[in-house]
Design a protein around this ligand. Structure first.
Ligand code: SF4
Length: 347
């Protein structure tokens, strides 16, 4: 890991880190893209992170140790109830922890203060960070274009769209490489034929479901925290459906016009009340003609408590999927997904 690397535990104002000449690296992405996320989660447990806290946190703790990351920015408010403990554990281990908090007031004044404090920690200025913001805007726009192509034309796979959006949290720590890979996705999609739902469905838990040729895939949205289930999107596509909306991942790309960093991080829905997330989801459900939502919840995550609220306030059927850690679609998940798709098909 390069010496200028700064680990981040979630989406946060990376423009400030980059303005300081440092390289933001999303610990979650290192975990999910490692050859064996399960090994890292287990390593986190062996290093002392409690098994009763979520797999993302256990894995992120191990990632910091495994990759020798010396500085980590932890979001202490507005993100994850466990992050505080993760940050304290890292500090106790001698890692330099920089704290950032999304202001609960969601006011311009408080956000400006929070951003200035972070800039001071890194020895840079908001003006420099604004220049980085302008350089990153085209990359965010490219990620959102990949997303648009995925849901509107189907010429980009759901998995690729999710990758392009999720990677906006750190731009792989290498914006030029991110630009190259997203440009390649966009180039490939030009003139590409729409993906109609994949090949004949096949899964070990049951016989392939037959679909008449030309049948449009069921349009699903995915809300909630990203999962560590490697083949989730593939499984959904081989069973006659397609994820056309990745709620949080799209937020990582910071959709919408913002005039400055303060606006950009106030518009980001995830750290604040559920109201803005629900408004965003309902808008996209309508725009993207979504027939059903998968609400992914991570075991031991406090955000599971949002599920009954989503069920009350979202307008389409919801399948709540709880997963514990890295792995593949198992029999339980497969049965539940297939039953949900069956229900949507006959609705
Ligand atoms: S899944 Fe929940 S508990 Fe785990 S890191 Fe994300 S917000 Fe925190």
């Amino acid at each position: 890991m390069p010496r200028d690397a700064v680990g981040i535990t979630t989406t946060l104002p990376i423009e400030i880190i980059a303005a300081a000449g440092r390289r933001p690296i999303d610990l979650n992405d290192l975990l999910a893209s490692s050859p064996s996320p399960a090994r890292l989660v287990e390593l986190g447990e062996r290093l002392g992170f409690p098994q009763t806290l979520c797999a993302w946190n256990r894995g992120n703790y191990a990632v910091v140790k495994e990759y020798g990351i010396r500085t980590v920015v932890v979001v202490g408010s507005g993100d994850c109830s466990t992050s505080q403990a993760l940050g304290e554990l890292l500090e106790a281990d001698g890692i330099h922890v920089v704290w950032f908090g999304y202001p609960p007031s969601r006011s311009r004044r408080d956000m400006a203060v929070a951003l200035k404090r972070l800039a001071r920690e890194f020895g840079t200025s908001i003006e420099s960070a604004e220049r980085v913001r302008l350089r990153l805007r085209p990359l965010r726009a490219a990620a959102l274009e990949v997303d648009r192509l995925a849901w509107q034309t189907g010429s980009v796979s759901a998995k690729d769209a999710e990758w392009a959006l999720t990677s906006c949290s750190d731009f792989l720590g290498a914006p030029a490489e991110y630009r190259r890979r997203v440009s390649e996705l966009l180039r490939r999609s030009k003139g590409g034929s729409p993906q109609r739902g994949g090949p004949a469905p096949r899964h070990r838990c049951g016989p392939p479901r037959e679909r008449p040729s030309g049948h449009e895939p069921i349009r699903l949205g995915y809300i909630g925290v990203p999962s560590l289930i490697a083949d989730l999107y593939g499984f959904i596509e081989t069973n006659g459906a397609r994820v056309v909306f990745h709620e949080m991942q799209r937020q990582f790309a910071m959709p919408g016009d913002s005039r400055d960093l303060v606006d950009q991080y106030l518009a980001y829905t995830y750290p604040y009340s559920l109201d803005s997330r629900i408004a965003d989801i309902n808008e996209q459900v309508e725009l993207r003609r979504i027939q059903g939502l998968i609400h992914h919840v991570q075991s031991f995550c406090h955000r599971q408590a949002h599920d009954p609220i989503f069920r009350r306030r979202l307008s389409v059927p919801i399948l709540t999927l709880e997963t514990a850690g890295p792995g593949k679609v198992d029999g339980r998940l497969a049965t539940r997904i297939m039953a949900f798709l069956e229900m949507l098909q006959t609705a």
